[in-house]
Design a protein around this ligand. Structure first.
Ligand code: NOJ
Length: 511
């Protein structure tokens, strides 16, 4: 859907804030909500429409806060509900809408609901997905968790397996259970009453699955090629037909819309590589979510063909696909789809604003912050540790935001940062100059407001052409200069030579 909702314009730009890595006001080495409040002026200065605040709920933080023990409480390490209220108030004063993460697919295994479910306490027995073993003791089917391990964990008290699509400490809830739905509706209401304008539904494509629990078939070559993970993760060896349900799985989004109301802007994390756009289309049908984002532009290279193909699939399926080049789950775009240089940071910024749909900007992207190569000992993320040294790293993308060049805490903390902050001095906020990524992002986001919603996107070798009404954008994603006719340039990512578009350069002009 491309309509406006409440404080949100159609196709908004959201700035993702990962509170643990944004700004620390206590010297603990971890960011907090008071730090988010302090940083909002910077966010507003970019010209984005809202923030997406990653989890700050009560949590043992095994999976960075996506393992929740109370969805309506702020974890003391992040502050208090009063701190949260102050963020909403300040954001609204700055004309920023507030979207928060809701993790409804699973909880922490320390959540009182799970404890009660294990104990078979009245009414809670079936809140999670429990299943008897096969007669030989093995799990009910061949499903694999996103993190590469079997999707079933044995519980000796119940003598049953429970489903967990992520870590074993993240048991999956049974979203078909009416009491679970009631609990979730109350959570949505709780945050709406505190002034929240939108929600990002974590792992929304995993909520429902085929209750007959059939095995997933092996992935065909085509499916594997489009999968969200690479072959280092056995998850990519399956076609996720039975554990990610379209049909009534996507229709569940109507319930989310009912709970949140017509003024809330809703986005879902579409977690399947092989049918990403098709699933996003189902989840964003009328009366469902406004947008879904996929990993299509967050894994591997970004080529003109890949971008044009993604936009064509989006248009073919008429879906509310949001564009994301970097987030807290994937290696930073400037290092993965670029060489880490300010030149490539600006090129990717122009590509981002030129794409026809909602956009998410990951904190630090506006500075050209690179992916950090962390040593194993520095890594907290269990997924990174499981896949070491093959996976390029989620924690490497979560290195805190460098507010100042000053070592060692870079204005992020007066203590010891929870992840090492090395090599950040040159991209720090106070080092950005008129030619740097930050100034370019501001200009690019201002330009984005003027672009026509209609788009034509075409790949021509290393060149990507995007027409947005009278505006034309050409991007040379290759390593050689290419002939390109453009009119009077309105914005360019690097110095131009007439009739030629230098390597890794983009330009905007009007017809
Ligand atoms: C997606 C989140 O973005 C990621 O960080 C988390 O590990 C999984 N969902 C599980 O909640």
């Amino acid at each position: 859907m491309t309509q406006t909702r409440g404080r949100w314009p159609a196709n908004p730009v959201l700035y993702e804030i990962y509170p643990r890595s944004f700004r620390d006001t206590t010297g603990s080495g971890e960011g907090d909500l008071a730090g988010v409040l302090q940083g909002l002026d910077h966010v507003a200065s970019l010209g984005v429409d809202g923030i997406w605040l990653a989890p700050f709920y009560e949590s043992p933080m095994v999976d960075g806060g996506y393992d929740i023990t109370d969805h309506c409480a702020v974890d003391p390490r992040f502050g208090t509900l009063d701190d949260f209220d102050a963020i909403v108030e300040r954001a609204h004063t700055l004309d920023l809408a507030v979207c928060i993460d809701l993790v409804f697919n699973h909880t922490s295994d320390r959540h009182p609901w799970f404890r009660k479910s294990i104990a078979g306490e009245d009414g809670y027995e079936d809140w999670y997905v429990w299943h008897d073993p096969k007669p030989d003791g093995s799990p009910p089917n061949n499903w694999i968790s996103f993190f590469g391990e079997p999707a079933w964990t044995w519980n000796p008290v119940r003598r049953q397996y429970y489903l967990r699509q992520f870590l074993s400490c993240q048991p999956s809830l049974d979203l078909r259970h009416p009491a679970v739905q009631d609990a979730h509706e109350k959570i949505v209401q709780f945050w709406r009453d505190r002034g929240v304008d939108g929600f990002r539904f974590d792992a929304v494509t995993s909520y429902l699955f085929d209750n007959s629990m059939g095995d997933n078939p092996p992935a065909s070559e085509t499916v594997q090629a489009r999968n969200a993970t690479d072959e280092s993760n056995p998850y990519s060896y399956q076609d996720h037909l039975n554990d990610m349900l379209p049909g009534d799985g996507a229709a569940f989004a109507e319930r989310l819309r009912d709970w949140a109301g017509p003024d809330a802007w809703l986005i879902g994390e579409i977690n399947s590589g092989n049918r990403s756009v098709e699933l996003a289309a189902e989840f964003t049908a009328p009366d469902r979510l406004d947008a879904g984002y996929t990993v299509d532009l967050m894994v591997n290279e970004v080529t003109p063909h890949k971008v044009a193909d993604l936009v064509a699939r989006k248009e073919e399926h008429g879906c509310g696909l949001a564009f994301v080049l970097s987030c807290h789950d994937q290696p930073r775009g400037v290092s993965r789809a670029g060489d880490g240089s300010p030149r490539d940071a600006k090129l990717l910024a122009l590509l981002s604003v030129a794409l026809p749909g909602p956009l998410i900007v990951w904190q630090g992207e506006e500075l050209g912050q690179k992916q950090a190569n962390l040593p194993f000992e520095a890594i907290h993320d269990p997924f990174d540790r499981l896949f070491w040294p093959v996976h390029p790293g989620r924690d490497g993308a979560r290195v805190p935001f460098p507010w100042q060049a000053r070592e060692p805490g870079h204005g992020f903390t007066d203590g010891t940062p929870w992840l090492p902050m090395e090599g950040l001095a040159e991209v720090a906020l106070d080092q950005q100059d008129a030619d740097g990524p930050l100034a370019f992002w501001r200009e690019a986001l201002a330009l984005r407001r003027k672009l026509d919603p209609q788009s034509e996107v075409e790949a021509d070798g290393d060149l990507l052409h995007i027409r947005r009404g009278a505006h034309r954008i050409a991007l040379n994603l290759g390593q050689d200069a290419l002939p390109c006719d453009y009119g009077d340039p309105q914005l360019a990512t690097a110095p131009l030579q007439e009739g030629t578009l230098p390597a890794r350069t983009g330009v905007v002009w009007r017809d």
